[in-house]
Write a protein that binds this ligand. Structure first.
Ligand code: GLV
Ligand code: MN
Ligand code: MN
Length: 427
């Protein structure tokens, strides 16, 4: 018998599901280390609290749940009689940037749970199972943003089996190493490899996420399929000059590190603006010793560089590096860069783009994602697909980040139908 590709549930159930998602976004927003705003970083007490909440919601659906060896909260619903069936992973992340919005990542985890609620089978005793030949798993990834340790996608990298030993010595702003933070959280650094999944355990990964840009808002559409996710590199840069008296030092004697870093930030903008689909951002800039009457002797800044393709991103970095040599040379400064994150562009599998478009229905648009997502790491072990939701005004990584309940409702329906379409594919 052919599997249905349309969701056969009363529309009210989808409305209720969307309301629950919106209410849970508010509930998770209250779990923050900065009262009055939202900040929730990897391996923090807030991370433990949202994992506990997610686990409760997973169990409520009849899923089994566990926190994996990298702090990801994972849940599973297997088909009857096939406890070890490979799994379709659905999910996104629960960590945030500082002073974040309520939806980035979070909406994808909560929508995935509603999809499970809508498609699961229940026997006469109410015991839930997957109605498909594969299991359904929902994963709440623990670190996508990289807010605490600078390196993004730590949670999903562990699941992809791509953890690197050099990351253990990354430190947070208090000097706590990733290794120490693991132990404080109750995880064993020596066992992080146990979070890794094998390709043969997986069918695919599907992630719903807000767009974090203005395209859907501008085109007046609620949903899109994603074609690929931008490649990214992140650097921490140090400029060294000389700290001297702000009054006594004439301009021809100054080696002002902050001015060198500022000129570098402007050069990043100028160079990236000239390239198609490349964006560069200097999001952190700090002067040392940081006194009102001292010419800055040292400046630290970050660079986040993204592009549709790895080679154009890399050429752009080479051009920025040449320009930094020129700027610092003119100003008598030296500079160095440490690369803290690198992720290649990831292409969504054509079949998964098709099922997402089929789930959306009509003339579903397809967008390229400039933002990074857990799907980037998971792409190393299985096919990935993504569904974007309209993000009014395109504002994200900001407390005004928004999504409408109506869009969440059609998003849940589209994601559920994408899963049905995937299940109906011959394999
Ligand atoms: C995550 O939101 C990123 O793209 O930086
Ligand atoms: Mn995100
Ligand atoms: Mn984000």
């Amino acid at each position: 018998m052919a599997l249905a590709t349309r969701l056969q549930v009363p529309p009210e159930l989808i409305t209720v599901a969307a309301r629950r998602v919106m209410a849970r976004c508010e509930e998770l927003a209250r779990v923050t280390s900065t009262p009055g705003s939202i900040t929730r970083v990897y391996l923090s007490p807030e991370h433990a609290r949202v994992n506990r909440l997610a686990a409760e919601w997973m169990r409520e659906l009849g899923m089994t749940t566990r926190q994996d060896a990298a702090g990801n909260q994972v849940s599973r619903l297997a088909p009857v009689g096939a406890p070890d069936a490979p799994a379709l992973l659905l999910g996104s992340h629960l960590d945030t940037v500082p002073d974040a919005g309520r939806f980035d990542g979070i909406i994808g985890v909560l929508m995935a749970l509603e999809v499970v609620r809508l498609v699961r089978r229940r026997d006469e005793d109410g015991v839930a199972s997957s109605p498909f030949p594969f299991a359904l798993e929902v994963v709440a990834f623990s670190d996508e943003e990289g807010t605490r340790f600078g390196k993004a996608l730590l949670g999903s990298s562990a699941v992809a089996g791509q953890w690197e030993a050099s990351w253990w010595d990354l430190t947070d702003e208090d000097g706590v190493t990733l290794r120490e933070a693991f132990r404080e959280f109750g995880l064993d650094p020596g066992r992080v490899g146990e979070a890794a999944r094998r390709p043969d355990e997986l069918v695919a990964y599907l992630e719903a996420h807000i767009e974090q840009g203005p395209e859907l808002h501008r085109s007046g559409q609620a949903l899109a399929a994603v074609s690929s996710i931008a490649s990214a590199r992140r650097f921490q840069l140090i400029v060294e000059g000389e700290a001297r008296h702000a009054g006594g030092t004439p301009y021809d004697m100054r080696r002002d590190a902050l001015l060198g870093a500022s000129e570098a930030a402007l050069a990043v903008e100028r160079i990236c603006r000239g390239e198609h689909h490349i964006v560069g951002t200097v999001g952190q800039l700090e002067a040392f010793p940081g006194a009102v009457n001292v010419v800055p002797g040292e400046a630290h800044f970050s660079l986040d560089l993204r592009g549709e393709f790895d080679d154009t991103r890399d050429h752009t970095w080479d051009e920025i590096a040449r320009e930094l040599d020129a700027i610092m040379g003119r100003r008598g400064l030296s500079w160095q860069a440490r690369e803290v994150h690198s992720a290649p562009a990831v292409f969504c599998a054509p079949l998964l783009q098709d099922v997402v478009r089929a789930g959306i229905g009509g003339e579903a648009p397809t967008l390229f994602s400039r933002a990074g997502h857990d799907a980037m790491s998971i792409g190393a072990i299985t096919d990935v697909g993504m569904l974007f939701l309209r993000n009014p005004d395109g504002i994200s990584h900001h407390p005004d980040e928004a999504v409408s309940g109506d869009d969440v409702a059609v998003g849940i329906q589209a994601l559920a139908e994408a899963v049905l379409h995937l299940a109906a594919e011959p394999r």
